[in-house]
Design a binder for this molecule. Structure first.
Ligand code: NDP
Length: 471
């Protein structure tokens, strides 16, 4: 697939022969033992982790240790815990099917108009990044509009129509989890079979020969049904991320119903996470250039992860606050708000600097100065040589992934909003640290394969990944 056909382009004054030949870029071709064990571990345990946290809240007031202690003391068995847990229900299945169908309808049938109304917002048909096979896909960006329509309907229901209770999501939380799992496994299995039988673009498919790895990390790069239904864009953003803010609103309504008031911690979690979600949709066109869309293949990791892991574990703070209505002292609340906003600022500015720099091809100003950068080159699968630039000023001169640092600060703020009574709400920061450190290593491995010596020059110029002087 990575043909050796050469073209006569020159890059940085070098002929293709002089441009270092990257081994390969994109997802791995060979699976080492560590990756295989990690994949098997995740396939076996990730669904149990989700079940465990949700069950711990439902049956043990969000204590993560108590179920284990009772198991070890022999007071309960896995079977008795299972028997006490709400099971699949057809009501939840109908709700879930209606929800996914509604999001699919908005995604496919309501072309974006917001980009014509909101200055600065990029929506409508947009180009994705170049794939390893050299393809540039087109995407219909209408996530912000889907989010606005969905939330306007939610608000209209709460204020006027009363079709359903605003606590509906919380009230069916565990039955909905079984439905989300069914969809997550169905879509991952479908993607796996589709990659073998009718791939969208076989040039960008990758088979490692290891069935577990291929199932988990995906084979197809950009699977689609027809021209429009892009699996990654749909499952990554909707229904999971649109649901995130609705789930939090449902928790807030439940706190009001059970305790008669809404705590400042619940407001903080709702506001800070809504900022993150809105940022995601406002910048959806930009997300086409991030790792999920332009480097990862579509398998269980994205399919099941978007359907189950994201809505169930990213919203643990709100769930916890239904059971523990923490009212923070003013000082604590202000520190959480400050940390969340500074984290958001760092996250957004870092991402914005790279985007501005790449779009303007370096003809821009960063922190009031002309940016500095390292000229780099890489080769796509068709043998063509392309040039690129690696920014070394602004936040990209402080550390190689300062956007992740900002993301981690924001994540810590969500957790700290829940006080220090229990470990469960802190799962998020532990998970995000593992995710982003692993992502950092994965990304750097890919960039090193892609840019070769140019990447080495960049890491010499900016030696730290997340925190200068530490890592
Ligand atoms: P980045 O936006 O950091 O993109 C990494 C890519 O940027 C590299 O592969 C490379 O791509 C390019 N690049 C690297 N260094 C430079 C440089 N110095 N100058 C110019 N380009 C460079 O990573 P992600 O896509 O992982 O993340 C995007 C955002 O999404 C982050 O802010 C992250 O925190 C957030 N995120 C949040 C998650 C969540 O679950 N909440 C999960 C994952 C991400 P190229 O090949 O184009 O050179």
């Amino acid at each position: 697939m990575f043909s050796k056909r050469r073209t006569q382009h020159t890059v940085n004054g070098k002929t293709p022969e002089q441009v270092e030949q990257p081994e390969q870029w994109g997802r791995a071709w060979e699976v080492d033992w560590f990756s295989l064990v990690s994949v098997l571990g995740l396939l076996c345990f990730a669904p149990f982790i989700v079940f465990y946290f949700v069950m711990a809240c439902d049956q043990y007031q969000c204590s993560v240790s108590q179920p284990l202690e009772e198991l070890f003391r022999g007071e309960v068995t896995p079977t008795s815990i299972w028997a006490r847990t709400a099971s699949f229900s057809w009501t939840a299945a109908q709700m879930y099917a209606a929800w996914v169908a509604f999001q699919a309808f908005l995604y496919l049938c309501v072309p974006d108009v917001l980009h014509e109304l909101l200055p600065g917002y990029v929506g409508g048909v947009q180009d994705g990044a170049r794939t390893p096979a050299g393809l540039i896909n087109k995407y219909e960006i209408n996530g912000l509009q889907c989010w606005v329509i969905t939330h306007a309907l939610w608000l209209a229901n709460v204020l006027y129509f009363n079709w359903f209770s605003p606590t509906i999501i919380f009230d069916h939380w565990i039955p909905l989890m079984w439905c989300a799992n069914i969809l997550g496994y169905a879509v991952s299995t479908f993607a796996f079979v589709k990659a073998h039988l009718f791939p969208t673009n076989s040039e960008d498919s990758k088979f490692t020969g290891n069935v577990f790895y291929d199932y988990m990390m995906g084979i197809e790069f950009n699977p689609r049904l027809g021209q429009r239904f892009d699996f990654k864009l749909f499952f990554n953003g909707r229904p999971g991320i649109v649901a995130w803010t609705l789930i939090n609103l449902s928790y807030m309504a439940k706190q009001q119903e059970v305790h008669g008031h809404v705590t400042n911690s619940m407001v903080l979690v709702n506001v800070l996470q809504a900022l993150y979600v809105l940022d995601f949709f406002w910048n959806e066109a930009w997300y086409l250039k991030t790792m999920d869309i332009c480097h990862d293949h579509f398998g269980w990791y994205l399919g099941w992860g978007d359907c189950v892991w994201l809505p169930y574990l990213y919203t643990l703070q709100g769930l916890y606050l239904v059971y523990h209505p923490v009212q923070l002292p003013l000082g604590h609340a202000l520190v959480v708000l400050g940390l969340g906003l500074i984290g958001y600022y760092v996250f957004r500015s870092t991402n914005h600097q790279k985007d501005l720099f790449r779009r303007s091809e370096g003809n821009c100003s960063i922190w009031g100065k002309k940016p500095t950068y390292i000229e780099s080159s890489y080769r796509s699968a068709d043998g063509a040589v392309h040039r690129s630039k690696l920014l070394t000023s602004g936040f990209w001169g402080v550390a190689r992934h300062f956007n992740y640092t900002g993301d981690l600060m924001g994540s810590l703020a969500y957790c700290a909003a829940c006080g220090f009574g229990h470990a469960l709400p802190y799962f998020y920061i532990v998970y995000m640290s593992i995710l982003l450190v692993h992502r950092c290593v994965r990304d750097e491995h890919r960039c090193s394969s892609k840019y070769g010596q140019d990447w080495k020059r960049y890491t010499n110029a900016v030696p730290y990944r997340l925190l200068p002087g530490v890592f």
